[in-house]
Design a protein around this ligand. Structure first.
Ligand code: ATP
Length: 664
């Protein structure tokens, strides 16, 4: 390893080789400077990425491509790079704008049939054999004879058509979508993978094994290389590799504060990596990914971790995370844990919050929990009350159960980000700039307790008051800075329920169903659940869950899952040895508790991490539907492996401190 004495970063020789390697990604002779990027080049790059599982290799391939896009763009062109980046992660805009791809299989089959002249049944049979509609589309093109050569697809064209499809809604939208997809497919060249990736994009999953964090590293590397080329040859390979490493760190940090390529990429192109931090900061109106907590199941663990440090315990309210932004012009926006704009769900927050804002407050970003609240008894209500509320178009006059907002952090105040202030300072600002309005806006109840007995007493009090337990947070030093998108060991969640279980609940995706027996034949009696590995973009099965459901619940789940039934296990589901009666589109997320974790020859979760076998949940118990989470927000195999290891250590003896895991 070489070490960077100035910055403290370390970088291996292999990483230097990879970071500075240029991969030939230009397959298209017709791509001239100033011309739109050919989609065939991107499809070629997707193919190269799909063919490898090595993260460093993927980074090199993507860096080379993005650098080429930058170098061949016209002066002042921001959109070529922006659109290329979005297509690589299969998005069309920042998450909070809510425009998503994810077209149903039957509509895509219809479009493939129309565009290639094949019968729908033949396409369905192929899909059963191959298991990948993208490949079926490509093969269908191969077998199609064309009279004239279609005009080549370009990135701006594909991007605009995908956007159009995602925006199309309402009356006759199906036909409109089919017509656009048919035209797109007709323009795909049969000798490339264009059709394969267009179909996969439309399905909502590219399945090439490209994680967003790898894209961010590649984007940073491309910009560093561009600037280095302008400045002349680097002093040495090592100095260039260090610049690349620092560039990647800088972009990761900026993007976690301002997760919008629309905002970051134009600045990146204009000022390069060096000047980025100064120009791109947390901005009200653009939600940042919230800081998350590590689970813990014993007060002793909390004290081990926070020994000799100042920390605070807060009530862990059982509601929905609400990141509330107020822009300088007074506009208020409420965002969910997933950066979804929830403004239409919470008209009550709009009515109530202004009373809680003190006159010395102009703009802010407030981290809080929206909790259902009984205004007569002045008591907290369980999460279920809130989950009955519609997610959109809620009218204030229809609200039966109101929410009270419990503020626990302040991330931005009067034009200044506060992320790099200590929690103690942020909390002081919160209390100085907001005021409590009972039942409408309150500060999260906290106690800066220090002993096991004090924490135990506060935990019990929190549960008595209707909370899930406590959040324990570092109060001082840089360890208490707000860490966007990170599941940090500086925040621990201590839930009463889990003190004797495995430590935390799991958010799992329903991927299969088993028919009920006896009087339950009309409904599913059990379900196959999976975790989600964002690294390989696969769902890995983890357990079958069948106990604890009432007849009524089974009926409701069966109805909700009917629309997600598919003929075959999706290619991004690693079923292991599980064979349910029916497969589902991986969409629905359930929160589940378990007695413990065990190694399993059947299930594939976290296979190869702690053992050659997978890990499964023993005695899983359904808790609730998590409709605030997407399938790719489900618990990851690394968290499952970590819980398994903690459990084995706990069974063996002294506990180990939890390792960091997060978006990066
Ligand atoms: P995670 O967000 O950790 O993936 P999750 O969404 O299932 O998991 P929990 O594990 O129950 O949620 O715990 C974290 C959540 O607790 C936060 O996202 C927030 O919504 C809620 N919460 C309630 N009270 C607080 C508090 N005082 N401080 C921080 N978060 C709190």
């Amino acid at each position: 390893m070489l070490s960077d004495t100035e910055g403290g970063a370390t970088i291996s020789k292999a990483a230097i080789e990879n970071a500075t390697k240029v991969v030939d990604v230009d397959i298209n002779g017709g791509w001239e400077i100033g011309q739109p990027v050919p989609y065939s080049s991107l499809a070629h790059v997707f193919g190269l990425i799909e063919a490898t599982s090595k993260r460093l290799e993927i980074t090199s391939i993507l860096t080379s491509f993005l650098l080429l896009v930058i170098k061949r763009s016209k002066e002042g062109d921001r959109s070529s790079l922006l659109q290329s980046v979005y297509l690589c992660i299969n998005k069309l805009c920042p998450d909070y704008q809510g425009l998503e791809l994810g077209i149903g299989e039957s509509l895509l089959i219809k479009a493939i049939a129309e565009s290639t002249g094949r019968k729908m049944d033949a396409i369905k049979t192929d899909l059963k054999d191959v298991g990948d509609l993208g490949l079926v589309a490509k093969n269908s093109k191969n077998s199609q004879r064309t009279l004239f050569k279609p005009k080549s697809l370009t990135i701006p064209f594909v991007f605009s058509q995908l956007t159009e499809i995602a925006k199309t809604a309402g009356h006759s939208s199906q036909n409109k979508k089919i017509s656009i997809i048919t035209k797109l497919l007709a323009a795909c060249s049969a000798t490339t993978d264009e059709a394969k990736y267009i179909i996969r994009s439309l399905e909502g999953k590219l399945r090439i094994g490209l994680a967003e964090r790898t894209l961010i590293v590649s984007l940073a590397h491309a910009l560093v290389l561009r600037d280095q080329e302008k400045a002349g040859p680097a002093k040495s390979k090592e100095s260039l590799a260090l610049k690349l490493e620092r560039g990647a760190q800088a972009l990761k940090s900026v993007y976690s504060e301002l997760p919008s390529y629309d905002h970051v990429i134009p600045v990146l192109l204009r000022v390069g990596i060096e000047g980025l931090k100064e120009k791109c900061k947390l901005t009200p109106g653009i939600p940042l990914k919230p800081m998350l907590a590590k689970p813990t199941k014993a007060i002793g663990e909390v004290l081990d971790r926070f020994e000799e440090k100042r920390f605070t315990c807060e009530y862990k309210y059982d509601g929905e995370r609400a990141q509330v932004h107020r822009l300088e012009d007074g506009t208020i926006r409420v965002f969910s844990r997933n950066s979804e704009d929830m403004s239409a769900k919470y008209p009550d927050i709009y009515e109530q919050l202004p009373k809680a804002i003190q006159s010395n407050t102009t703009s802010f970003v407030l981290d809080s929990e929206a909790v259902a609240f009984d205004r007569t008894t002045m008591k907290l209500l369980p999460f279920q009350e809130l989950s009955r509320r519609k997610r959109k178009d809620v009218k204030i006059e229809d609200i039966k159960v109101w929410v009270c907002l419990f503020g626990f952090d302040l991330l931005y105040l009067n034009g200044e980000p506060l992320l790099h202030k200590t929690l103690a300072e942020r909390r002081t600002h919160l209390h100085q700039h907001f005021q409590e309005v009972p039942g409408e806006f309150m500060f999260a109840k906290s106690s800066d307790s220090e002993t096991t007995e004090e924490i135990q007493a506060f935990l019990e009090e929190s549960v008595k008051d209707g909370c899930e337990g406590l959040m324990v947070k570092m109060l001082e030093t840089d360890a208490s800075y707000y860490e966007p998108s990170r599941r940090s060991i500086n925040w621990l969640k201590l839930k009463k329920d889990y003190l004797n279980g495995v430590g935390d609940s799991f958010d799992l995706v329903v991927v299969g169903g088993y028919y009920g027996k006896g009087k339950r034949t009309a409904v599913y009696g059990a379900f196959l659940l999976a975790c989600y590995d964002s690294e390989s973009e696969t769902f890995q099965t983890i357990c079958k869950i069948g106990t604890g459901f009432s007849e009524e619940a089974l009926k409701t789940h069966t109805e909700a899952l009917k629309g997600l039934e598919i003929d075959k296990c999706r290619s991004d589901v690693d079923a292991g040895g599980a064979r349910p009666d029916i497969w589902f589109e991986p969409k629905m997320v359930w929160e589940v508790l378990a007695a413990d974790l065990s190694l399993s020859p059947i299930y594939s979760a976290a296979k190869g991490t702690v053992d050659s076998r997978g890990i499964s949940l023993r005695f899983p118990r359904f808790i609730r539907i998590r409709d605030d989470k997407n399938a790719d927000d489900a618990t990851g195999p690394e968290q499952i492996a970590e819980m398994y290891e903690r459990q084995s250590l706990a069974n063996k003896g002294p506990k180990k401190g939890a390792a960091e895991d997060d978006f990066w």
